[in-house]
Design a protein around this ligand. Structure first.
Ligand code: PEP
Ligand code: MN
Length: 250
C-alpha cells in the first residue's frame, strides 16, 4: 500500500459532510462543526449526478472554489465527486480525494483519467456491480499509474420493493479484505436512503471491520438540497464517532 494511503488509514477514515450545498454560508457552518469534532475529511458534491435532470445539479465550478476556500480556512481535506474527464483534468490534482460515483463506476475513460492523477480515488461500487466488475474498475485506475484506490460499498439494488434506497452489502467488507489489498469504506447513507438507519448500519459496518465510513451529515438535515431523508444531524454523527472509539478498545 502507498504511503499516502497508509497515512490516511492510520485510523478508521471518517468522511462526513453534506450531499451537496447551495451557498458558502451553508458549507462554512458544516465545516465549522466537522472541525469541532476533529473530523479531517469533508465530503461535499458540487457536480451532482442527479437522477432527475430538473433537480439541483450542484454549484459546479463556483462550488469548487468554495471548497478550496474552506480547505484553506479549516484545514479540512476535500472529498468530492468529479464526473467528467475535463473536471478531472482541472481539479483532479487539487482535491484531496476524487470521488467516482456509482453511476460512473463503469465509465472506463473517466477511470483512466483519474488514474493519471496522484490523488487518492474513492471508487464507489455501482448499483448492480459484481465484486469482479468493481475490482476490474479499480484496476483501470491503477493501470494508469495511480495506486491510491479506495473502495466504497454504497448499497446495491434488489428486486424487492422495500422502503430503502438500496441494500448495504456488508459481505463486501470481509470479501474485499480477504481477497484484495484494498481499503474498503462504507456509505450507509446512500445504502439505506433513511436517516434512522444510518447509525445502526454504521455500527454494523464498523463491527464487521470496515476501514472507514462516508456519511452525509448536515446541521439541519431537513434543509439539505439533496438526499435530505438520509442525511444525519451532528448529534447522530457524534454517537457514531463515539461508537468507533469504543470498539477500538474492545
Ligand atoms: C454521493 O456520495 O454523493 C453519491 C452521489 O453517491 P453514489 O454515487 O453512491 O450514488
Ligand atoms: Mn447524496
Amino acid at each position: 500500500m502507498s504511503d499516502k494511503l497508509k497515512e490516511m488509514f492510520k485510523e478508521k477514515l471518517i468522511i462526513a459532510g453534506p450531499c451537496t450545498f447551495g451557498n458558502y454560508e451553508e458549507i462554512y457552518k458544516i465545516a465549522e462543526e466537522l472541525k469541532k469534532k476533529n473530523i479531517k475529511y469533508m465530503r461535499a458534491g458540487t457536480f451532482k449526478m442527479r437522477t432527475n435532470p430538473n433537480s439541483f445539479q450542484g454549484l459546479r465550478d463556483m462550488g469548487m472554489e468554495m471548497l478550496f476556500k474552506i480547505r484553506e480556512d479549516f484545514g479540512l481535506k476535500i472529498v468530492t465527486e468529479l464526473t467528467t474527464i475535463e473536471q478531472i483534468k482541472k481539479y483532479g490534482n487539487k482535491v484531496d480525494v476524487i470521488q467516482i460515483g456509482a453511476r460512473n463506476m463503469f465509465n472506463y475513460e473517466l477511470l483512466k483519467e483519474a488514474g493519471r492523477t496522484n490523488t487518492p480515488v474513492l471508487l464507489k461500487r455501482s448499483f448492480s456491480a459484481s465484486y469482479e466488475e468493481w475490482l476490474l474498475a479499480a484496476e483501470y485506475i491503477k493501470n494508469e499509474g495511480n495506486k491510491n484506490v479506495i473502495l466504497c460499498e454504497r448499497g446495491i439494488r434488489n428486486n424487492i420493493s422495500n422502503d430503502t434506497r438500496n441494500v448495504l452489502d456488508i459481505e463486501a467488507i470481509p470479501y474485499i479484505q480477504k481477497n484484495t489489498d484494498y481499503k474498503i469504506i462504507v456509505d450507509p447513507s446512500h445504502a439505506s436512503g433513511n436517516r434512522y438507519m444510518v447509525e445502526p448500519l454504521s455500527k454494523a459496518a464498523l463491527v464487521a471491520g470496515c476501514d472507514g465510513l462516508l456519511l452525509e451529515a448536515h446541521y439541519n438535515p431537513e434543509e439539505s438540497l439533496c438526499d435530505a431523508a438520509e442525511t444525519i444531524d451532528f448529534e447522530t454523527l457524534d454517537r457514531i464517532i463515539e461508537f468507533n472509539k469504543k470498539i477500538k478498545n474492545l
